[in-house]
Design a protein around this ligand. Sequence first.
Ligand SMILES: [Zn+2]
Length: 126
Amino acid sequence: MPRQARRSPNETQAVLLRPPEESQRILVALVEMSLRLHKPMSEEYQRQILKDLSSYPVQAIEYSLDNWGRNAKVLPSLADLLQLLRSWMADKITFETCGNCDTGWVDAGLDDKGNRAVKRCACVSQ
Ligand SMILES: [Zn+2]
């Protein structure tokens, strides 16, 4: 008798704050990096990176993954990526925000646990 595999419906909850099109851009950059290094990534690795980097602007993550893919030989650890992200952020420290947000952050309402959440304002995520 065939048995159906079941997937947890909660799997992607941790990345919900980032719009799907941004997550998609990051996944594309992750795959490109993986191909350049010729190192396969697990789905768990991709999901963890998306979750760990959920508060960083998408273009900073794209820069970091592109940079790593060109210079390294193994997949990056979170610490590796955070180092690149910090150097990108340091360069962009004087970016201008739209004036309607709190230094690039806006209220994202309550999360599923009732905690107040914030997300990146559109003025810094383009
Ligand atoms: Zn803004």
